[in-house]
Write a protein that binds this ligand. Structure first.
Ligand code: GLY
Length: 357
């Protein structure tokens, strides 16, 4: 098992990565939280696979388990209405401030369970138990929680750090191959941000859902360490944390313009390559840097660009919540392992999209 210690200003906690961790969840949760009672929040795909086992492990440690809360799987559930149902459910179960929510599932569950925990009784502890690659390497760590509004994704939320994150990589065996591959876009993004040797490893041996648990543990742990370094230095995204948005401004525009038919990680991968090519064209990084990034993305079979017209991308990018008045913050690679945030005008951003094609 790998243990990554995260030390944010609001709460220190550990991220545990390995195998056989779900069976030990009771002991791990008790050690991290001291709780006597908990409630599992999950969704209709992951719940039937893992919730019985998780609840049995919690009960075996003498932790009282309230009836679980399950919502329909998928991004369309990430609404204020579902959040309201979860909050009512916690209240019906009479959870107190000494009790703990266990958010069991992928990124949507982590966001929903995390936000419900942040709001209920003005905040109770949450243990994140991510079961998808995206949730393990990204969304379960760092305390971002959110629901979507009609106007856009993740527009309502809170920073609410978990008390513990338990990533049992054996759960990745039940992730559909296509979804796993899509999440590799975020893994490659982390490597470009802070770990050049990880990028080389990924290019020479692309990550797959069939990888053995040793490799999955190692790659997840390296990603968590990268994210830990960023969120420990800047919990609230005032500066360094913005670099985690590498590939996201164009990526979000591609995602929204494709009506979310393309996966988030694939869109980030395409946005990452476009920004890297644009940075090379401007002389902000060497062309070899952009080529290296593109080779790794292509090796995973992820898209390295988009055919969507620049004006379409601009229309969606200007609705991005990271926009500042008439400017937009973009993240560009300086070299593999080092990126920087630049504020550019929308006009300059349009030119960069063109330069990145
Ligand atoms: N997923 C980006 C962040 O957590 O800041």
């Amino acid at each position: 098992m790998e243990t990554i210690k995260v030390d944010t200003a609001s709460r220190p906690y550990e991220v545990l990565v390995g195998t056989g961790l779900l069976e030990r969840l009771g002991e791990l949760v008790r050690a991290a939280t001291g709780c006597e009672r908990c409630c599992v929040i999950t969704e209709t795909t992951v719940g039937p696979l893992y919730a019985d086992g998780v609840e049995a492990a919690l009960a075996a440690e003498g932790i009282s388990v309230a009836p679980r809360l399950t919502f329909p799987a998928g991004e369309p559930s990430k609404t204020l209405a579902t959040l309201g149902t979860l909050l009512e459910g916690l209240a019906e179960r009479e959870l107190t401030r000494d009790d703990v929510v266990i958010a069991l599932g992928g990124g949507v569950t982590g966001d929903m369970g995390g936000l419900a925990s942040a709001l209920y009784l003005r905040g109770i502890q949450v243990v994140q138990v991510p079961t998808s690659l995206l949730a393990m390497v990204d969304s379960s760590v760092g305390g971002k929680t959110a629901v979507d509004l009609s106007a856009g994704k993740n527009l309502v939320g809170a920073f609410w750090q978990p008390s513990l994150v338990v990533a049992d990589v054996r759960t990745l065996s039940t992730v559909p191959a296509e979804l796993f591959l899509d999440s590799c876009g975020e893994v490659i993004k982390h490597a470009v941000l802070a770990d050049a040797s990880l990028l080389d490893d990924l290019e020479s041996l692309p990550l797959t859902v069939g990888d053995d648990t040793e490799r999955l543990t190692e790659v997840v742990a390296r990603n968590v360490a990268i994210k830990r370094d960023v969120v420990s230095a800047d919990e609230r995204e005032r500066g360094l944390r913005q670099t985690l948005n590498l590939g996201h401004t164009v990526g979000h525009a591609i995602e929204a313009a494709s009506d979310f038919s393309l996966g988030h990680g694939s869109c980030v991968a395409a946005g990452l390559c476009m920004m890297a090519r644009a940075a090379a064209a401007r002389g902000w990084c060497a062309s070899e840097t952009a080529e290296r990034i593109e080779r790794c993305v292509a090796a995973h079979g992820l898209p390295t660009g988009t055919d969507l017209p620049t004006e379409t991308l601009m229309r969606y990018a200007t609705h991005d919540k990271k926009r500042h008045g008439t400017d937009v913050n973009i993240v560009v690679p300086v070299e593999v392992g080092r990126c920087e945030v630049r504020r550019v005008s929308l006009e300059e951003f349009r030119d960069l999209i063109e330069a990145g094609r």
